[in-house]
Write a protein that binds this ligand. Structure first.
Ligand code: NAI
Ligand code: MG
Length: 522
């Protein structure tokens, strides 16, 4: 048996849970898991260090819960500072050996392509693991895993294109630059897109020749461990990729302060991002941060009403609203406001919420009890602030962390539900009269991750895109990602960009070489 506090107990009892996995005296490094859709697989539970799954040194484990059923799926080993040391030592040694950083770039490309292939071939199992652990709808999870494969392939394509430049400084010298990797990168990811965030971090770091120690989020460690078994199969040498499960305050802290870590890449809350930035600053590490948001989604009267309603739905209820760039503030031009609200309400009440393993489900479970409580608390806050609850606003059922898709109307810009990131299926809706007014409202936020503009007028679309303070603007679409298009935030939404060519800049440093030539003197 495993104790709730997480230490593997001695003894022999073997008990079966409803999900069909068995517990042993000491947590095995692989446990059988049967998922609600019938797929059975072996879940690695160890820390992935030096291309092997190993037990945490102190033998601690923690529980992994399915948010749709609130039942335990398994335990996994919990890394502590001593394990972090091991992981960093492995990554450091691999980096210094040059086996990865100095290899022909096509060696890295081949391995990343193979990794993409292995993941794509196993898409259904991986998507199901993501759904089991995170609670997201299986259709969304399949999309995530496909984006993972696409992005790894895109990174593979960059491997042999990371060039410096030749600089003309006259005939007495030969001057050029090269782009070199940074070394060991510490990467910390959240739970809303566990494997996609893994890919956004690992892909560009590996393409550019770095080695990594990545910490998954404590509520969703399973998919990254599962795909770790493909790392050696893809031909990636030992020590290049190290994956550790554990808690932010313990090993997140250890990673962000460790002198051998040259760069920190983080996705998560703005509060934690701020803290990490301070840690990294004190140690002069390079940092990229992808943080929170409160993204405006602007609807002009001339927009295609039906399509726009669907885009607003996608903007806020996709992934159960647990999306950093969720279009959580909707602004609608006054002349169509009443009609739009009516249609949005009807479409919202039609969103299929529930069993994430049902192909027809659009909105699955929230990831944790903590998120469920946070969302319901914001509903209370909205009511207290005097906003009108148009629909939703309550938990769905009493088992699993489900929330009814929620719209608040009659909001004012100073309300907390308009200002703060809720990170759930809750949207506010406001009227506007002019372009000027809506831009002012859209930009009245500490954040600046994304924005949406819905109109048939190209002039209006481009003007608003130019003037809105956000790292991404979607026109007549939303939450529409592509591996070649960079993503990241203005202001409190972050630093640096992921995906696209921009992501590579975060993982290389420029070396300038200037050779004085001995000329023939003719
Ligand atoms: P969090 O930002 O604390 O957690 C994200 C990751 O950071 C996890 O892996 C966690 O273990 C790690 N972490 C926590 N404290 C750390 C520390 N001191 N040093 C290093 N790493 C640390 O976010 P949390 O608590 O899971 O969620 C709270 C809120 O954050 C959510 O309700 C949501 O509003 C926001 N959030 C935003 C995300 C985004 O994609 N921008 C993702 C997840 C959460
Ligand atoms: Mg979980």
């Amino acid at each position: 048996m495993l104790s709730r506090t997480g230490t593997a107990l001695r003894g022999m009892p073997v008990a079966a849970t409803r999900l069909g996995m068995r517990f042993y005296a000491q947590l095995p490094l692989r446990v059988p898991v049967k998922m609600p859709n019938g797929i059975e697989y072996e879940q690695p539970t160890g820390l992935f260090i030096n291309n092997k799954f190993v037990r945490a040194k102190q033998g601690k484990t923690f529980e992994v819960v399915s948010p749709a059923t609130e039942e335990e799926i398994t335990h996994v080993y919990e890394a502590r500072e001593d394990d972090v040391e091991d992981a960093i030592a492995a990554a450091d040694q691999a980096f210094k050996s040059g086996v990865w950083s100095d290899a022909d770039p096509l060696v890295r490309a081949k391995a990343l392509n193979k990794l993409a292939e292995l993941i794509e071939e196993d898409l259904e199992t991986i998507a199901s693991i993501e759904t089991l652990d995170n609670g997201k709808a299986i259709s969304s999870a399949r999309g995530d895993v496909q984006l993972v494969a696409n992005y790894l392939r895109s990174c593979a394509g960059w491997c042999d294109k990371i060039d410096g430049r030749l600089i003309n400084t006259g005939s007495t010298h030969f001057s050029y630059t090269i782009r070199q990797p940074l070394g060991v990168c510490g990467q910390i990811i959240p739970w809303n897109f566990p494997l996609l965030m893994w890919a956004w971090k690992v892909g560009p770091a590996l393409a550019t020749g770095n080695t990594v120690v990545l910490k998954t989020a404590e509520s969703t460690p399973l998919s990254a461990l599962y795909v770790s078994q493909f790392v050696p199969k893809a031909g990636i040498p030992a020590g290049v990729v190290n994956i550790i499960s554990g808690f932010g305050k313990i090993i997140g802290e250890a990673l962000t302060t460790h002198p051998k870590i040259k760069k920190i890449a983080f996705t998560g809350s703005t509060a934690t991002g701020r803290h990490i930035y301070q840690n990294a600053g004190a140690n002069l590490k390079k940092v990229t941060l992808e943080l929170g948001g409160k993204s405006p989604n602007i609807v002009f009267a001339d927009a295609d009403l039906k399509a726009t309603v669907q885009n607003i739905i996608l903007g806020i209820y996709y992934n159960s609203g647990e999306v950093c760039c969720a279009g959580s503030r909707v602004y609608v031009e006054e002349s169509v406001y009443d009609q739009f609200l009516e249609e949005l309400k009807a479409a919202t009440e039609n969103v299929k919420v529930g069993d994430p393993f049902d192909d027809a489900t659009f909105q699955g479970a929230q990831t944790s009890q903590m998120q469920l409580s946070k969302i319901l608390k914001y509903v209370e806050i909205g009511r207290d602030e005097g906003a009108t609850l148009v629909t939703g606003g309550e938990r769905l059922g009493n088992k699993g962390f489900f929330v009814k898709p929620t719209i608040f109307g009659d909001v004012t810009e100073d309300m907390r539900i308009v200002k703060e990131e809720i990170f759930g299926p809750v949207v506010t809706i406001t009227k506007f009269k002019t372009v000027e007014e809506v831009i002012e409202k859209a930009n009245d936020s500490e954040y600046g991750l994304a924005a949406g503009v819905h109109t048939k007028d190209i002039n209006k679309a481009i003007e608003v895109s130019n003037r809105v303070n956000s790292g991404t603007v979607w026109i007549n679409t939303f939450n529409d990602f592509h591996h070649a298009v960079p993503f990241g935030g203005f202001n409190a939404s972050g630093i640096g960009r992921e995906m696209g060519i921009e992501a590579l800049e975060n993982y290389t440093q420029v070396k300038a070489v200037r050779a004085k030539l001995t000329l023939s003197g003719k």
